[in-house]
Write a protein that binds this ligand. Structure first.
Ligand code: ANZ
Ligand code: ZN
Length: 831
């Protein structure tokens, strides 16, 4: 057998480092985890994908947890004999890698590729069963060429466009961000408060897909995706049904439209509010109110989005000196500007119904505006209580709506508005288009040329990729405009359409573009005629199981779903959802807190592995809690995991020394066989229901049962001991692959344990064994019962007393005492 220099493995304990070296080399030579792309391979296909890593440093405890979980899922499919595709890659473009490079005074390319090599080595050592031949890096021109190709297709379909608008700007990272990258008003990457800027940027038209993003969630329900993620996506898309209502504005030709979810309350509108930062507010402001308005607007500009949206803050606003006209009753309503109305939701203006909307009521009470109840709900007067009444009720003071309930009133008023042409029923979504351009170096150049004569001209496909210009040192620094703009030789090109002088777009794509389709590229790596092979993708896809963090709930997962739908519409994939099942791993924390440099509670993965070995670290992660829950490293014992693995190793080693593969287990010890088959049955079910921690506990019990059989039962040579030890090796291959391989080899097998070895439990051995219990009355045997060996004494007493035969001897005598010796005897004493 292949031995490694200095291997300290003995019959009693294994040498983790030596086993790691030995089996890594074997896997690298024998490639047991390569997917078979031959269409003639008729095995069921399983496509398992882990969210790929940013190469911003070496792998850490969080990666270790996520990849251990994904690997159990992948390795189980290998064991079941599937044709498994479990790939690996790096999300190597983008801010995280670039920021880390700048901090380390390094060029993003050098830094990124050096980190990828470090991480890849760690990945191999960690023993993840992946197909290395499909490895990809999104910062390779071979990859990002296809980002550009796809961008061009989106552009042709009107799904990529440029517009002016208020955007989120991170002052630290010096770039715009998508709404999805603003978490509680802060930059998702660096935590800096995001500010608003007015800029011209590129967007993907994800809003065209809002309804389909909602509808297709029915494919993900029923436990396929965590309910929590589905709820977050639903909220993010934020579908509201209601009406658009057009209000004439005195002195303005065009009416202003508002979106309302409560058109039934139209007669209760008493004023009109425009978002203070919307262009409309500026336009509507009367000359005599200009000074007050501008002062207010500059106050609003200083507020962060978080501050603006807190409900506790007193309402602020300013009257614009204009009036709007209610389309149903002709009433004049003052127009105000306020910050509680958002510029980029609905139409950036509202009709205020203070009696039935709390925000409007707070505003009305602050500025002494009228409150008019139009829905009688039986609750107290909002003007007095300060609490708006939002419940069901009957309409009043509302002309043709009087006496109607809410639903009927909504229908009726929409009918009236549509008839008069002053409104219409509509659906509104909170989802905004995806802002994808970034003013940073380390990303995919946007393949557009701006020509004074032709406008936006896509770079022809045959000229792709547009590679990043070579910049160095200070040229790379973020400076508010894209660093690419300083590469003038690169920027100035001939227009692909007219040949005249033109300029390249200098922004780069958000890294989330790269990750929106990488799981398709894995299927046909290296293909240079298309981003992926449609036939192969349709055979493997969609991803059967996707594993990664829930921080991507509304980011990556939303974008990948959008891309898949567009690709579906382009005829490039047959499915409409990218990920059939989704598992979000919990975090590895320490002492109840997330690990962080400032708290000084970080745990170094490399050091843990050096101290205890990969297997013990993986087993610890998986045994500590169910996959979705956090693991607190202060509460676990890696030493205990290591001790258990040594116990398992000894059982495999001793069974292997005492018997040869192929012995007929039927001749073995019946009790141990039953224990083994129960373990097979339970571990199988537990793995399929993702309860890995409980599955490990079952394997631990089986190891103890085998130990007992060796020491004080039939002995190590019994075929049942071998059967148990073999299942220990097979099941451990999911959690602790090195010990499992070594144990399997010591059991006398050649080749890897990891593929196609999962056994089926023998149903005959799962049937509960029964024992005979005698029922005595006055110490004479009167009945026999067949009961489970572990029957509860109280239950046994109940059964004995219920026995008809025993009853016959008890008659009407009084029962004085019942002696229960479970499971074999019950004696009923009467007198
Ligand atoms: C009148 C009304 C009366 C409203 C009532 C509610 C209750 P969702 O459900 O989130 O879609 N609204 C519309 N555009 C807004 C904006 N740009 N900024 C802030 N608020 C805005 O919310 C829709 C409701 O939020 C709309 O219905 C509007 O207030 C307000 F008893 O119109 B409602
Ligand atoms: Zn041109």
């Amino acid at each position: 057998m292949t031995a490694v220099d200095g291997d300290q493995t003995t019959g009693d304990t294994y040498d983790a480092r030596a086993l790691q070296d030995k089996w890594q080399a074997r896997w690298a030579a024998e490639l047991p985890f390569q997917a078979d792309t031959d269409p003639g391979d008729t095995r069921p296909r399983s496509y398992i994908v882990d969210m790929f890593a940013y190469p911003s440093g070496d792998l850490h405890m969080g990666h270790a947890e996520a990849y251990a979980i994904g690997d159990v899922i992948g390795r189980y499919r290998f064991q079941r004999g599937d044709n498994v595709l479990h790939p690996v890659g790096w999300d190597s473009f983008g801010l995280p890698a670039e920021n880390a490079a700048i901090k380390n005074n390094s060029h993003p390319a050098e830094w990124t590729y050096a980190n990828i090599e470090t991480q890849a080595a760690s990945f191999r050592r960690y023993g993840i069963a992946v197909d290395w031949s499909r490895r990809l890096h999104t910062s390779d021109p071979e990859y990002y060429k296809w980002n550009q190709w796809l961008f061009t297709r989106f552009f042709e379909r009107g799904l990529a466009y440029r517009k002016d608008g208020q955007v989120n700007w991170c002052p630290k990272d010096q770039t715009v961000l998508a709404n999805e990258q603003v978490v509680q008003g802060r930059c998702e990457r660096c935590g800096t408060d995001v500010v608003r800027r007015s800029l011209n940027q590129w967007y993907f038209k994800i809003t065209d897909y809002a309804q389909r993003l909602l509808d297709d969630m029915d494919q993900l329900e029923g436990g396929n995706w965590p309910d929590e993620i589905l709820a977050m996506q639903r909220n993010w898309i934020g579908r509201s049904t209601g009406a658009d209502v057009d209000f004439a504005i005195e002195g303005r030709d065009e009416p202003v439209t508002v979106f309302t979810t409560r058109p039934d309350t139209l007669y209760g509108a008493t004023f009109f509010v425009v978002a203070a930062d919307a262009d409309l507010a500026d336009e509507l402001c009367a000359p005599e109110r200009r000074e007050a308005f501008e002062a207010y607007r500059s106050d609003v500009a200083k507020l962060s989005d978080i501050e603006r949206q807190t409900t506790e803050r007193p309402k602020t606003g300013v009257f614009l000196g204009r009036h709007a006209v209610n389309p149903v009753n002709g009433e004049r309503m003052p127009v105000w500007a306020a910050d509680y109305v958002l510029a980029d939701y609905g139409h950036g203006a509202i009709m205020a119904v203070p009696a039935h909307d709390q925000r409007d009521l707070d505003f009305a009470l602050a500025f002494d505006l009228p409150v008019r109840v139009v829905v009688e709900t039986g609750e107290a007067d909002p003007a007095e209580t300060g609490t708006a009444t939002a419940g069901e009720g009957t309409l009043r003071d509302s002309g043709p709506l009087d006496g109607l309930g809410k639903t009927e009133a909504v229908q009726r008023i929409i009918g009236v508005l549509e008839e008069r042409g002053t409104g219409r029923g509509t659906i509104n979504y909170r989802l905004r288009d995806w802002l994808l351009s970034r003013q940073r170096y380390w990303g995919t150049p946007i393949p557009i040329v701006h020509c004074p004569a032709c406008g936006q001209v896509p770079v022809p496909d045959e000229q792709l990729p547009v590679t990043l210009p070579e910049l160095k040192g200070a040229e790379l620094a973020p400076k508010g405009v894209s660093p690419l703009a300083s590469a003038t030789d690169w920027v100035n090109v001939d227009c692909p359409a007219c040949g005249g002088p033109a300029q390249r777009d200098t922004d780069t794509m958000d890294t989330f573009v790269d990750s929106s389709w990488y799981f398709l590229r894995y299927i046909s790596p290296g293909l240079d005629t298309a981003p992926f092979d449609t036939a192969a993708v349709n055979e493997w896809g969609p991803v059967d199981h996707y594993i990664g963090g829930k921080e991507h709930a509304t980011l990556h997962l939303m974008y990948a779903r959008f891309f898949t739908k567009v690709l579906h519409d382009m005829g490039m994939v047959s499915f409409t959802e990218p990920f059939r099942r989704l598992t979000n791993q919990g975090q590895v924390i320490n002492q109840g807190r997330a690990m962080s440099k400032s708290l000084g509670n970080g745990v170094d993965l490399g050091r843990e592995i050096d101290a205890y070995g990969v297997d013990a670290v993986r087993l610890t992660m998986l045994f500590a809690s169910p996959p979705e829950e956090d693991v607190d490293w202060a509460d676990v014992s890696v030493v205990a995991a290591q001790k258990f693995l040594n116990r398992a190793y000894r059982v495999m080693n001793e069974a292997g020394a005492a018997s040869k593969p192929g012995a007929d287990p039927a001749a073995g010890d019946a009790d141990l066989r039953r224990a083994t088959h129960h373990a097979i049955d339970q571990v199988t079910n537990l793995i399929e229901s993702k309860r890995f921690n409980v599955a490990i506990a079952r394997v631990m019990e089986l190891v103890s049962a085998a130990r007992k059989a060796i020491d004080s039962g039939p002995g190590a040579a019994d075929p049942a001991v071998r059967e148990a030890a073999e299942f220990v090796a097979v099941s451990l291959s999911l959690f602790a692959p090195y010990v499992a391989e070594e144990g399997w080899e010591r059991l006398g097998h050649t080749g890897t344990v990891a593929v196609g070895n999962w056994p089926d439990a023998d149903p005959a051995l799962l049937v509960q064994e029964t024992v005979t219990c005698v029922v005595q009355v006055q110490s004479k045997v009167r009945d026999k019962l067949s009961v489970a060996p572990d029957i509860d004494p109280a239950e046994l007493e109940r059964l004995a007393l219920a026995s008809e035969k025993a009853q016959g001897f008890i008659g009407d005598k009084q029962i004085r005492k019942v002696i229960v010796r479970a499971p074999k005897l019950v004696n009923i004493v009467v007198g």
